[in-house]
Design a protein around this ligand. Structure first.
Ligand code: ASP
Length: 348
């Protein structure tokens, strides 16, 4: 099950939702075992649509390519695939504009990111250009767009995709931003939020986080997203924030997140995961500890949102943990060249 579903669905309605969904039935989800050690090279991406991302990365990794090139390819593949809902075809903010966030990180500490970027097809590649061509680590909004254009990225029309236009028009009828954190105690139903959600018959994911370990033991990661659908204009989530949505250290491992970004930023999510691993916790234990910190702030509110972390150690051990059930991730390596989907354990 994808992030958007869990951000919008009332927890009490999950059993009925599970029974009715068509998309989830297409894939078998495998439970995570506590010691999932993968033979490298390996690429791991959030959600079922991580298959698309991993398919972009694997041809490079398989041929001894660098993890950094592989994760960028993963991001680009997702940004091009409308059903991944992370690029220009994704759902807009409340003003009807698609604004994109992305970051990329190498295991040696090189980083680049963009936020609040409009009309650019490949934010992940702009993030890489920020990393390689500027003295900065994060460019935002108009400045990020100008930088992209000056570096050969085409300025697209900025028109919404048909699906996004339809969803936005529906959303405007109530204009309520309630992505699952329900302060009034009445969770938004997916039907209130997006009546056509199930009609298009394709998965909707709007954050792709990818981490990879290459043949020479190098790690890298990227995140690309349109952020929370119908967010306030100018809102930036965890995804482009190094240490929140992504952290990589060749000495330890790589971690990425999905879910309500505000909750991830609050605890410096992926940095927390990597630091736990540095001091001896397994990837799963580390992700579990990060989720404990997310949840402990308000146990009642936590019942209404999703956050998930997935981590890959430098030795190829994978672990994950989430607030709610249904956080999935895809693993691709020599053993699973077509990608295998796992479901993380969860707090609730
Ligand atoms: N973490 C993303 C954000 O808050 C949303 C997501 O995971 O889909 O922008």
């Amino acid at each position: 099950m994808d992030r958007r579903k869990f951000l919008q669905i009332p927890i009490a309605a999950i059993p009925a939702f599970l029974a009715s969904r068509a998309y989830g039935q297409e894939h078998t989800k495998f439970p995570v075992t506590s010691t999932m050690r993968m033979k490298g090279p390996v690429v791991v991406s959030t959600w079922d649509s991580g298959v698309t991302a991993n398919n972009g990365a694997w041809p490079l990794l398989r041929k001894q390519g660098h993890a950094l090139d592989a994760v960028e390819a993963a991001g680009r593949a997702s940004e091009l695939e409308p059903s991944c809902c992370v690029g220009l075809a994704a759902w807009p903010d409340r003003d009807g504009k698609v604004t994109l966030d992305a970051c990329i990180m190498n295991g040696n500490g090189d980083i680049g990111a963009v936020s609040f970027l409009e009309r650019i097809k490949h934010p992940v590649s702009v993030a890489r250009a920020v990393m390689e061509k500027t003295p900065h680590v994060l460019l935002s909004g108009e400045g990020a767009q100008e930088f992209a254009a000056a570096n050969g990225f085409k300025l697209e029309s900025g028109e919404l995709s048909e699906d996004a236009r339809k969803q936005w028009a529906e959303w405007l009828k109530k204009s309520q931003y309630k992505p699952g954190i329900n302060v009034e105690g009445r969770p938004t139903t997916i039907l209130q939020f997006a009546p056509n959600y199930f009609d298009n018959g394709k998965p909707n994911h709007d954050t792709m986080g990818t981490v990879a370990l290459d043949a020479s033991g190098g790690l890298a990661g990227m995140v690309t997203t349109s952020g929370m659908a119908f967010k306030m204009r100018g809102r930036v989530g965890d995804s482009p924030i190094i240490g929140a949505g992504l952290f990589v250290d060749n000495e330890v491992g790589a971690a990425t997140s999905s879910g309500v970004g505000e909750e991830v930023i609050r605890i410096c999510g992926t940095h927390t995961v990597i630091e736990q691993m540095r001091f001896g916790r397994t990837p799963e234990q580390a992700c579990r500890e990060a989720i404990r910190r997310v949840v402990k702030r308000d146990l009642v509110k936590a019942k209404e949102f999703q956050v998930g972390f997935v981590a890959l150690s430098k030795t190829g051990v994978i672990g994950a943990f989430a607030v709610q059930k249904g956080f999935t991730f895809t693993v691709t390596n020599e053993q699973y060249p077509e990608g295998k989907i796992f479901e993380a354990k969860s707090h609730f």
